[in-house]
Ligand binder design. Structure first.
Ligand SMILES: Nc1ncnc2c1ncn2[C@@H]1O[C@H](COP(=O)(O)OP(=O)(O)O)[C@@H](O)[C@H]1O
Ligand SMILES: N[C@@H](CCOP(=O)(O)O)C(=O)O
Length: 316
């Protein structure tokens, strides 16, 4: 965080001062993890970085890496739009903003790029407001406030929670409030992402889900979700069974046939593989030597062997 002359610690200023800047780093996330639909998520060591600087006038958006050449570079840009909306909602718009986005998280692949964009924007806006002495809501930490606002904007908290908290998260909503707990992944678990070329919009994948499901499928999936918490934190040898589910992956398979075929092939080898988020990427919760088996079985796919991100969004 760079404090500009004129910013007063603890005292509000009339407008965000020119020169104030914040740097944010946010991880990719893999939501659902099989049976934890709309609730479970895992943060991965693949990051977008964002720098937001208050300038005298206008909006300048620079994008490097993923999304360069495809995302809009004006007020429609997801990060810019969110920062502008958060500052406006606080009644403290900036005279102008310059954004530099360096993106490593692929878009539309089920790796939480839109949640990462929203989380980074909310964190940047809150950091700028705090540095300018804008009064913060009472209660909760700055990280709690970023999670609450990002989850509200996203509509479901399964990506926002790990993007904010890091690690393996269980998130839920109660009485209109977002709650989340963060758990440590067993150190033997070595995630592998398999990322195809083609994109699938999350909105399109959600439209494929049925309105209702049989009670037997709900009961099956609830049991596996409980088992997954144990397997991912303490008993990785149970992960293949623990990642089974009946709520969403088969229902969405027609929209991602190559993903479904590779998943079936990896399952036949006994590997704990799930569709990452709404797809079409796959996440294998591999152990040790299984990483090499995955790489060989998924020849032709972009194969990323990643650590778990344990820090969540960072700003300063
Ligand atoms: N860093 C970003 N900057 C601008 N727009 C982004 C960014 N990340 C995601 N988006 C927008 O969100 C879309 C992808 O969102 P979504 O369909 O939910 O997929 P994902 O699984 O990657 O979150 C992109 O096509 C783009 O419009
Ligand atoms: N629970 C959501 C998760 C969407 O994640 P994304 O990374 O694909 O945006 C769903 O499965 O629809």
């Amino acid at each position: 965080m760079t404090a500009a002359p004129g910013a007063r610690a603890g005292g509000a200023v009339a407008a965000l001062p020119v020169g104030l800047a914040v740097d944010v780093t946010v991880p990719a996330t893999s939501a659902n993890l099989g049976p934890g639909f709309d609730a479970f998520g895992l943060a991965l060591a693949l990051h977008d970085t964002l720098r937001v600087e208050v300038v005298p006038a206008g909006l300048e958006v620079l994008v490097e890496g993923e999304g360069a050449g495809t995302v809009p570079l004006d007020e429609r840009h997801l990060v810019a739009r969110t920062v502008l909306a958060e500052l406006a909602a606080a009644g403290m718009p900036a005279p102008g903003l310059k954004l530099l986005c360096r993106n490593d998280i692929p878009h539309g692949r089920g790796l939480g790029s839109s949640a990462a964009a929203v989380v980074s924007a909310v964190a940047a806006a809150q950091a700028l407001l705090a540095a300018a002495g804008f009064p913060q809501d009472a209660g909760g930490t700055a990280r709690d406030r970023v999670l609450a606002e990002a989850a509200r904007l996203e509509g479901h908290p399964d990506n926002a929670a790990p993007a904010v908290l890091g690690g393996f998260t269980l998130a839920w909503c109660t009485a209109g409030a977002v709650r989340a707990v963060r758990l440590d992944v067993h150190p033997d678990v070595r995630p592998v992402l398999l990322v195809p070329q083609e994109e699938l919009a999350t909105s399109r994948a959600r439209a494929l889900l049925p309105e209702t499901i049989p009670h037997t499928d709900a009961a099956f999936t609830a049991g596996r979700a409980g088992l997954l918490v144990h397997a991912l934190t303490a008993a990785p040898h149970l992960l293949a069974e623990a990642t089974e589910e009946r709520l969403h992956q088969a229902q969405r398979a027609p929209a991602m046939p190559a993903t479904a075929a590779l998943m079936a092939a990896l399952r036949e080898r006994g590997l704990p593989v799930v569709v990452s988020g709404a797809g079409p990427s796959l996440l294998v919760l591999a152990r040790g030597a299984e990483r090499a088996v995955v790489a060989e079985a998924a020849a032709g796919w972009r194969c990323l062997q990643l650590d778990v991100d344990t820090a969540g969004v960072q700003w300063g």
